[in-house]
Design a protein around this ligand. Sequence first.
Ligand SMILES: Cc1ncc(COP(=O)(O)O)c(C=O)c1O
Length: 363
Amino acid sequence: MIRHKDHFHGSDLEKIEQVYGIKKEEITSFSANVNPLGISPVLRRTLSEKIDAITTYPDRDYVSLRKCIADYTGTDLEHIIVGNGSTELISLFIQIEHPKKAVVIGPSYSEYEREIALGGGTTLYYPLREEDGFFLNTADFISQLKDDIDLLVLCNPNNPTSTCITKKSMRLILDACLQHGIYVMVDETYVEFADNMEQITCVPLTNYYNNLVILRGTSKFFAAPGLRLGYAVTGNRDLIKMINTRKNPWTINSLAAIAGEIMFQDEAYIRETKTLISAERRRMYELFSARDDFKVYEPSGNFMLVKILKPHLTSQDLFDRAIRRAMMIRDCSTFPFLDDKFIRFCFMMPDMNDALAACILED
Ligand SMILES: Cc1ncc(COP(=O)(O)O)c(C=O)c1O
């Protein structure tokens, strides 16, 4: 059996090809958390007609794209800033805030800690507890906030736990952070997949809280990680000004800007995605909940965290078993607070999910 020391990111299909000798085209990635429907059909039909757009520089202010995003998210054009994937905006925001001490609610996406460390800051983790089903204990969390913390980062719904924090709890957190002078960055990369999105998204709170910035992208919900288009929403005009001052011009190319405008308006595709993911999430959650050899945590995103309760079975064993059948799951042993009993997989098309469930659940 091949033991991999390093974990494979959801996009590391080239590495898998090398290690396991399976062609990357044949692998179904249950670890990239990308919408299985592929790109918007309207985008597929129309983008090529716009190819001449690359003969001119994009609008420096991306007004038309930002207007579309403002309509899509229900906020003001002035509250939107666009970036080369949410990754560029995470990086810019952390560079500007330059936190000495940041708190991340974890386990979570590793990029926050990396960016904070690059700026010379320290990351402290507030652990989500397995006993609480990885849901945040808001009162306990708030009681631990201190004035020497500069930045709080949280992902909602959270990667890898898929658990969410409601807007009601977020208000309490934001109030406490205001009192302590803490900036709050909320990564909502997965929020559009949630059934109760309106109760989770903090976009409406940007009208009331000056210490809040929300990050979103198109990589997951719109199945376009290669497009590199993300955006941030904040009511803090000074912050937008500072990001714009630091940001390189034209980091979103003309075609990506046009693609964004097309897909944010493809309502049929957006509806279809939500319906598919909602149904598959319910089905897979119920399937795994009924088992006494696995434990699942109520998912809000398009993926699910699973704990293996079988004594001699590890996350590496299941990764290995699935990849040999050309299905790639995420071995979560490298996440802080998780170990080799945790795996994560996203919801793909129903027949693929059936195949993965059969593979994981077999004796
Ligand atoms: C929580 C989270 N935020 C951000 C990203 C990166 O997004 P983008 O492709 O928009 O830079 C990922 C990618 O895996 C993610 O899981």
